[in-house]
Design a protein around this ligand. Structure first.
Ligand code: ZN
Length: 460
């Protein structure tokens, strides 16, 4: 199969130009003016931007949680991703404490195999670091192409590791050529506040927010940065939400350390005032919670300053019925919200079209930086000869409205209901195949492949 994309405006992290792209098989074979070719298909991209397909390095598909599962499986979740212009996701394998990493890896492989519509990879969440786990780190990196290891500084008894385990893991991951990523919040302080509010009978979703104040994230982010500096491991903080945490990354920069930071689209466009509306606030119960306007300003600045490199989603959807598990108690509300489909369009609308970030920065934080940081560049996140033809044809001017009536995520509400956005995904190519066209998915479940990633160095 060959496809010629004509008359588009190609946008990368460092260039904007009019040219045609020839795709042959799964990759880009030529870029130029008035390409002479006899393709099987011609796509007219007049008036459209042609950008690298999005990479969302923070999603939770079909994730077991509190006796249920996040409501998007690999087919619905990756379908929604493609509709929004995202052509690759990285999910989190969660080790069960007391069990090997491989046990969890096989469970996630089983849920993804034959079902994914876009490409995917895994982070390995290490929830129990011991002598047996240590031996598996090398296997993950060398044999499985899983080169990033997630840690939790919260959720004691389920996911959290202590600082002793953290240092041990960092040393081993550094030795094997991987990266340590972190959910950086102070679990003990949060547990204290949750217990306090529950004892006082304060059980509305608002108290989820109040039990995770900024200091819980700032403290843990700083501690993680310190331990990463001490061990020298490449380090990445996931879903950063607030000024206090960002300032810890800035502090690390002062001593010549590099700590990567990811924020998520919701922290840029939604704020904590949404928790003031009784149980409806459960739609936005996630950890960390939404923050204040001043935090949004800090995160946009961080993107422009290059201290925040990635905008992801932490997509972890639940149906409204699942959210009601916490009707009487905020601590029982499944954490997470649906966003995988809207990340690119929301960031374009609120970022590029409102003059907050440049077109090039948009490509960086939605695609190219994640490919570089997580060991997939230049195969992914790039438009160049020989790269995977993961391409997004995007109308920068089309205005449309987000709604549960029209989204493709498997949830019966939208966290962005009625929000008007300017900028729309029109056509998506996934490894050389037309994956989205005229609002329909054109590739079958199973087309998406697991991507083995390279070792990382912490230098991009
Ligand atoms: Zn997450």
């Amino acid at each position: 199969m060959s496809i010629l994309i004509q008359n588009g405006t190609i946008v990368t992290t460092d260039a904007v130009y009019h040219a045609d792209i020839l795709v042959e098989g799964e990759t880009i074979s030529a870029i130029g003016h008035h390409l002479k070719a006899s393709p099987d298909r011609v796509l007219d991209a007049t008036g459209l931007l042609v950008m690298p397909g999005g990479i969302d390095p923070h999603v939770h598909l079909d994730m077991p949680f509190m006796g249920t599962f996040s409501s998007d499986d690999y087919t619905t979740g990756t379908t929604a991703a493609l509709h929004g212009g995202t052509t690759m996701v990285i999910d989190f394998v969660l080790q069960t404490q007391g069990k090997p990493l491989r046990h969890a890896l096989e469970a996630w492989q089983g849920r993804a195999a034959g079902k994914a519509c876009c490409d995917y990879s895994f982070h390995m969440a290490v929830t129990d670091f011991n002598d047996e786990t240590r031996k598996e780190i090398r296997e993950m990196v060398e044999d499985e192409g899983v080169t990033s290891f997630k840690t939790f500084m919260a959720y004691k008894g389920a996911l959290m590791i202590d600082d002793r385990q953290m240092v041990g893991l960092m040393n081993e991951v550094k030795a094997q050529g991987g990266m340590v990523t972190v959910h950086a919040t102070n679990g003990d302080l949060i547990d204290f506040l949750v217990a306090k509010f529950r004892a006082e009978g304060k059980r509305a979703p608002l108290y989820h927010y109040l039990s995770q104040p900024e200091i819980t994230e700032a403290e843990a982010s700083g501690r993680f940065a310190d331990l990463a500096d001490y061990t020298g491991v490449p380090a990445y903080i996931v879903h950063m939400t607030c000024e206090g945490a960002l300032n810890q990354v800035r502090r690390a920069a002062h001593r010549n350390q590099k700590v990567y930071a990811e924020t998520c689209i919701q922290y840029l466009v939604l704020d904590a005032s949404l928790y003031e509306q009784d149980f409806d606030g459960a739609k936005w119960v996630m950890s960390p919670p939404l923050r204040e306007k001043k935090d949004q300003a800090a995160l946009w600045a961080g993107i422009n300053q290059g201290t925040v490199q990635v905008v992801a989603t932490d997509h972890c959807p639940f149906s409204w019925a699942q959210k009601q598990m916490g009707l009487e108690d905020f601590s029982k509300i499944p954490n997470g919200h649906p966003a995988i489909e809207h990340r690119m369009e929301l960031l374009f609308s609120e970022g590029v079209n409102k003059g907050r970030i440049s077109l090039h920065k948009f490509v960086e934080v939605t695609s190219t930086n994640a490919a570089k940081i997580f060991g997939m560049f230049p195969k992914k996140g790039n438009i160049a000869i020989g790269t995977d033809a993961d391409l997004l044809l995007f109308d920068p001017n089309e205005v449309h409205t987000l709604s549960a009536q029209t989204h493709h995520m498997n949830t019966d509400y939208s966290a962005y209901e009625g929000m008007e956005v300017k900028g729309k995904t029109k056509t998506v190519l996934m490894r050389g195949e037309v994956a989205i066209e005229n609002g329909e998915r054109k590739v079958a479940p199973g087309y998406g492949q697991f991507v083995k990633r390279n070792k990382v160095s912490g230098i991009i």
